[in-house]
Ligand binder design. Structure first.
Ligand SMILES: Cc1ncc(C[n+]2csc(CCOP(=O)(O)OP(=O)(O)O)c2C)c(N)n1
Length: 432
């Protein structure tokens, strides 16, 4: 047999067919175990201040040799890094910083209450639930860069986005309990928790769909000239959806005020991001569109705020979309409560990750990092912050109480709020 070295595919197929083959099976070689395929390093885009925004060129993607525990290569530092984002954060009004601290704790405690209530099995909570514990800095940092009348498009893991956008946590909890007082009157459940009046346009279990919804809404803002901005949250997995690239491509074409915030938690359900996303980072996909596509430490409120603020300002000025990817880690399982216990942070004993990895990420708790930032900068004392945390705890306890005491929907409500054409015209088969 003739040895063939490097050639293009057409030449290869011609050569094999000329040799008498009737079927050609080709395969591509993956990187040898333990070796990350090398992709030539690019320059950091000039608009980023490399000293302040993290842009590690070697990301986790495109690595079929990924093993449980490999997220530790991106374990963030214990403290929020000094630099431009930290200065920007420190310069925010104290009320805003307090609000951000309250929201971080509200998300943590609200999600933990859902986990504890369900695992204790005292109440009936229904439907599939994707919790956001560990990822709080992404939503709080990004949404802090928005005005109250800007919009958010959420995901299947959407409770944190809603809380960051000031949605009613009582109604949200009642929706989890499938009560008539729920944010969707018990028609939606966890994956549809949203409040359009607060600017959360939708939360959606169809992974990737938020790209179109966000791009469509941003097009609307563009046409109406409202100067509002839309932030669409997407998981790393969602960026592999065909919807994603076509949506951001069109939004770039029309310079729509869209900011995509990619929550890269290294996992796409139980499959490593590294094994399904071909580029080092998801943000690399949009570099060719010529739009800012940055990667930051997603457990650092300062980095998330600074990067999103820059993108939002650009969108509002009519310059079009940007992508902000944060890398972060979810402490619990993809959905449900495998490996979780009442009163314990994190989920352990899961086959796709190591317990050591989970503990190390928990040690880089984004809330703890924000707390020490506020205290180290002498903006607040621990005594100032304790009541904020206690307030969030009480609000979450009240939300669970509200949900427990709320009525179930009446059986006849099952046929309300259902879309129909109304009475159908008579047909040749009689009235339908
Ligand atoms: C169109 C579609 N395909 C598959 C699924 C099943 N699914 C639910 S969540 C998920 C993974 C999403 O991963 P990612 O976007 O990274 O978000 P994460 O869950 O990590 O926050 C998948 C594939 C779905 N809901 N919708």
């Amino acid at each position: 047999m003739k040895q063939i070295s490097v050639m293009d595919r057409r030449t290869f197929v011609k050569a094999v067919l000329a040799a008498g083959a009737t079927t050609v099976v080709t395969s591509c070689r993956s990187a040898p175990a333990g070796e990350t395929p090398t992709i030539p390093a690019r320059d950091v885009p000039s608009w980023i201040n490399p000293a302040s925004l993290v842009r590690p060129l070697q990301g986790p993607g495109g690595n079929l040799a990924w093993r449980a525990g490999d997220t530790l290569k991106w374990l963030p530092p214990e403290k929020i890094a000094p630099g431009k984002p930290a200065d920007l954060l420190a310069g925010l009004p104290k009320e805003k910083l307090t609000d951000m601290y309250r929201k971080l704790w509200t998300i943590r405690l609200w999600e933990t209450a859902v986990k504890d209530v369900t695992v204790a099995a005292r109440d009936g909570l229904y439907g599939v639930v994707h919790l956001y514990v560990g990822e709080e800095a992404m939503a709080v940092g990004a949404v802090a860069a928005l005005n109250a009348d800007d919009y958010v498009v959420s995901t299947h893991r959407g409770h944190g986005h809603n809380i960051a956008k000031d949605c009613d946590i009582n109604k949200m909890m009642a929706e989890m309990f499938m009560k008539a007082t729920g944010s969707n009157k018990a028609y939606g459940g966890s994956m549809h928790v949203s409040e359009t009046g607060k600017g959360v346009l939708t939360a959606d279990p169809i992974v990737g769909s938020g790209a179109y919804i966000g791009a469509g809404a941003a097009y609307n803002m563009k046409v109406r000239g409202t100067k509002q901005v839309v932030v669409t949250f997407m998981g790393d997995g969602a960026t592999n959806s065909a919807y994603y690239f076509s949506a951001i491509r069109q939004a770039t074409m029309y310079k729509c005020p869209l900011v995509v915030v990619i929550e890269n938690n290294f996992q796409n359900m139980w499959i490593p991001m590294a094994a399904v996303s071909p580029t080092h980072w998801c943000a690399d996909l949009t570099v060719g569109l010529g739009i800012p596509s940055v990667v930051v430490d997603g457990n650092d409120v300062a980095a998330m705020y600074a990067a999103t603020k820059e993108a939002v300002d650009r969108a509002r000025a009519g310059e079009g979309p940007s992508v902000v990817e944060g890398y972060t880690y979810r402490w619990l399982d993809h959905d449900g409560f495998a490996g979780a216990e009442v009163g314990v942070d994190g989920a352990f004993g899961l086959p796709y990750r190591t317990d050591d990895e989970v503990r190390q990420w928990i040690s880089r708790d984004p809330i703890k990092r924000f707390h020490s930032f506020l205290v180290d900068k002498k903006l607040f004392t621990d005594a100032d912050l304790k009541p904020v945390e206690a307030g969030a705890r009480k609000a979450v306890d009240d939300a669970v109480d509200f949900a427990r005491k709320s009525p179930l929907p009446a059986p006849e409500d099952g046929v309300k709020n259902v879309w129909s054409l109304g009475p159908l015209p008579a047909t040749q088969f009689g009235k339908v």
